[in-house]
Write a protein that binds this ligand. Structure first.
Ligand SMILES: *Cc1c(COP(=O)(O)O)cnc(C)c1O
Length: 436
């Protein structure tokens, strides 16, 4: 539970998904699969221990809102995979973003965020943060210097998405992180669309958030999220980051820097996220869902290989199809956008593709209605191939200007390519296009 991750010989990513973290076998039964510890509470060994644990002088499980062994196994594995110092599992991707941001901001503060974000994140930043007196300043994610220009003394964090859909232009992680670091401003990256393929902490990001609902779970069965802490030097910036550096009356007037030091690692951020925000707001990941997400994580590298190679084939097919006006896919981009895709994505260009059939909105809607194999639904990262018309659904509540900024035109169709046989995916797309 946010003890620093154990030191092990370096293992490859596709080994770590199975072996990462301190879990080896269940200490009670020697079970090899991570058991589902379906319990709310954990008994204290003694009153003395209870006192030390409650004072944060010692880590132990007490109550599953704050920590649970199944969730812990998921957290440790993910932290190790991303090169983080610790992680926190939460109830959803939305909870991951909300908890990460609320760990750092209070009334009067502001954040600077890319405009290229998931619709739910835009709403949270624009409408919900406003409720707490926090301002979100949106800038062009392709223009790193705009982050600097929007920054003032009350800016507490920067936020971007590795591979925002549907525009699919990779975020300049290093460039924006380097603007923030000397100022004490961490970059939070939503890496939902490119887990394992992109490693934002290696490129200067301070914190990574995930909707584990998507590729990590991978089977469209489970809502969940996670935050990975990269170990930012918070203590060097006491004025910029007061919530991490100031005493918290809820913990005996100790700061999160002090609490983290007592626990033995540079984990002040994730300790605050867990011990203040999740403890007090309550969006914990359930042990059942953590178990499902562990199953997903264990085969993620294999599935990603197939997701990515299928997507490359479908993108190529669409780009050459006479009924297709435009195909959006990082592997088809040129110039700076392509440079970033190559710098930040390894092993493929993701599994999301956008395209516009000839014939505008009417053709896009007819295409989706004609699909037989591909599911029409509002999700990404499922093992099954999915399609949606963002203009009238996922992005329907945005203004026309916001839709355009997000790359959502009336004719735009978004595909999330699954792991079926690629010939069957292409055949379904082909038959749907041929009827237009
Ligand atoms: C789905 C998604 C979210 C929200 O995740 P939930 O698990 O649905 O709460 C956040 N960011 C991105 C990029 C997403 O695709």
């Amino acid at each position: 539970m946010n003890a620093p991750t154990p030191i092990k010989p370096p293992l490859a990513i596709d080994t770590l998904v199975l072996h990462g973290g301190s879990f080896r076998v269940d200490p009670a039964t020697s079970a090899v699969a991570v058991p589902i510890y379906q319990t709310t509470s954990f008994a204290f060994e003694s009153t003395e221990k209870a006192k030390r644990i409650s004072a944060f002088e010692e880590i132990a499980y007490t109550y599953s809102r704050v920590g649970n062994p199944t969730v812990d196994a998921f957290e440790q594995r993910l932290a190790e995979l991303d090169g983080g110092v610790a992680a926190l599992g939460v109830a959803s991707g939305q909870a991951a973003t909300a908890v990460a941001v609320l760990s750092l901001v209070q009334a009067g503060d502001n954040i600077v965020a890319s405009r290229g974000l998931y619709g739910g994140t835009v709403n949270f930043f624009r409408e919900r943060l406003k409720q707490f007196g926090i301002e979100a300043r949106f800038v062009d994610g392709d223009a790193p210097e705009d982050f600097r220009r929007a920054t003032d003394d009350r800016t507490r964090l920067y936020f971007g998405e590795t591979l925002p859909n549907p525009r699919l232009t990779v975020f300049p992680i290093r460039e924006v992180a380097d603007i923030g670091r000397p100022l004490g401003i961490p970059l939070i990256i939503d890496n939902t669309a490119a887990p394992l393929a992109a490693r934002p902490l290696d490129h200067g990001a301070a914190i990574v958030v995930y909707s584990a609902t998507k590729y990590i779970g991978g089977h469209g069965t489970t809502i969940g999220g996670a935050i990975v802490d990269g170990g930012f030097p918070w203590a060097d910036f006491p004025e910029r980051q007061p919530l991490i550096n100031s005493p918290d009356p809820a913990y005996d007037n100790r700061s999160y820097i002090d609490l983290a030091a007592a626990l033995g690692g540079p984990i002040a951020f994730i300790v605050r996220a867990r011990a203040a925000i999740v403890r007090d707001l309550g969006p914990s990941l359930s042990p059942q869902n953590a178990f499902q997400l562990i199953q997903g994580l264990e085969t993620l590298p294999l599935r990603l290989e197939r997701h990515f190679s299928n997507a490359a084939k479908v993108a190529e097919f669409l780009a050459r199809h006479p009924k297709v006006e435009r195909t959006v896919y990082p592997g088809l981009q040129a110039g700076e956008q392509r440079r970033r895709a190559d710098a930040y994505l390894k092993g493929g260009y993701g599994a999301l593709i956008g395209f516009e059939p000839k014939g505008g909105e009417e053709a896009a809607l007819a295409f989706i209605d004609r699909l037989k194999l591909i599911y029409h639904l509002a999700n990404i990262g499922d093992a099954r191939t999915l399609a949606i018309h963002p203009y009238s659904t996922t992005h329907g509540q945005l203004s026309p200007e916001e839709k355009l900024a997000a790359g959502v035109t009336p004719a735009f169709v978004r595909l999330s390519i699954g792991i079926e046989n690629p010939a069957d995916i292409i055949a379904d797309i082909d038959q749907a296009l041929s009827g237009l």
